[in-house]
Design a protein around this ligand. Structure first.
Ligand SMILES: CC(=O)SCCNC(=O)CCNC(=O)[C@H](O)C(C)(C)COP(=O)(O)OP(=O)(O)OC[C@H]1O[C@@H](n2cnc3c(N)ncnc32)[C@H](O)[C@@H]1OP(=O)(O)O
Ligand SMILES: O=C([O-])CC(=O)C(=O)O
Ligand SMILES: [Mg+2]
Length: 299
């Protein structure tokens, strides 16, 4: 398996590839990933210069371990093949395909990526893919998209286009997103890939951002896209296990192991009934805690 397929991705920060001031050093804000956008953040008459700016940034800026993804234009545009060539030539880590609906939306991109890897002498298979799902058809086909390629590391829901195509409206409760979010997380877990939530467009609504992030984390999502550095710390706080959760995870793993030696399957830890079913979740907490830099234990 590709070594970066399951890396930590609590935050993926969009930035307009055309804005030199944004792209030159966005790693300083420490998102887990950045997404250089060539699609909707770039106006039609800036597409070519955005692509050149993207190539130079990928080639010459050291992002110090922050993952570098590129959102290309869609297959109905004139740009997507050139977008892929520039992204692969520059050495991006992965490509976010917008508005995916069918398996062929991924396989078409995969074929161009493969050609570009050969053309620019990049290791074959090194460029990962993610499918952004932003329409009712995409939501319905979420499993097909999740299983469309070995390069796919995750899927994401995009609320802006999803609301447009559903004739729906965002609410602070989020019920208009519930069916799509549920369908995506089910598909991603069934296909054993990652699942990401949409951007929170009100950049100054920190309370709403926290509430939304808590909701999607509890549903099983792995992270969320962001549009501003101001949103990163809240999402990292929500996704990074607390010391209390880490201690509970350690007690769960030790407790179940020790009690099993004495032939006991069920124990009580801090008032909670614990059995073997909780061990996998506890291990996941510790893995996430390690990747987030808040746990140095041996479990
Ligand atoms: C629905 C969709 O398709 S979403 C995906 C496409 N959209 C995008 O890519 C938009 C990305 N975000 C942005 O362009 C901007 O954040 C906006 C337009 C939303 C807000 O812009 P501003 O009002 O200038 O943001 P703000 O005043 O909060 O900026 C504060 C600082 O953060 C920086 N910053 C803001 N957004 C970003 C970003 N996405 N990436 C990196 N740096 C950023 C600014 O450069 C500024 O830095 P400075 O203080 O050193 O000058
Ligand atoms: O994927 C996202 O979160 C951003 C986006 O394109 C949308 O909301 O339409
Ligand atoms: Mg969109």
């Amino acid at each position: 398996m590709h070594p970066n397929k399951n890396r930590i991705r609590r935050t993926m920060m969009f930035l307009n590839a055309h804005r030199a001031g944004l792209v030159k050093d966005a790693y300083i804000y420490k998102p887990d990933s950045v997404i250089f956008d060539l699609e909707d953040a770039v106006s039609e008459n800036q597409k070519d210069s955005a692509r050149i700016q993207l190539y130079n940034t990928l080639k010459y800026s050291d992002y110090k371990g922050v993952e570098r993804l590129v959102r290309i234009n869609g297959k109905e545009s004139l740009h997507w093949k050139e977008d892929i060539r520039a992204a692969v030539a520059g050495g991006c880590d992965g490509i976010r395909i917008p508005k995916c609906e069918y398996r062929s939306d991924v396989t078409l991109v995969e074929e161009e990526v493969r050609k570009a890897e050969l053309e620019f002498q990049r290791p074959l298979g090194s460029t990962l893919l993610m499918a952004a799902i932003e329409t009712p058809m995409g939501v319905i086909n979420a499993l097909e998209l999740s299983q469309s390629s070995d390069r796919i590391f995750g899927i994401s829901i995009g609320a802006g286009d999803f609301m447009r195509t559903m004739h729906a409206k965002r609410t602070s409760e989020g019920y208009e997103m519930l069916a799509a979010r549920s369908q995506l997380v089910l598909a991603a877990r069934a296909a054993d890939i990652m699942c990401f939530d949409t951007v929170h467009t009100n950049v100054d609504d920190f309370e709403g951002l926290r509430r939304d992030t808590e909701q999607i984390k509890n549903m099983g999502f792995d992270g969320k896209s962001v549009i501003s550095p101001k949103q990163i710390s809240i999402i990292h706080q929500v996704f990074t296990p607390s010391q209390k959760e880490i201690q509970m995870a350690e007690k769960t793993i030790y407790g179940v192991e020790e009690s099993a030696k004495e032939g006991v399957g069920v124990i009580v830890v801090d008032g909670q009934m614990i059995d073997i079913a909780m061990v996998e979740g506890a291990r996941r907490v510790l893995t996430l805690a390690k990747a987030s830099g808040v746990y140095r234990g041996d479990l």
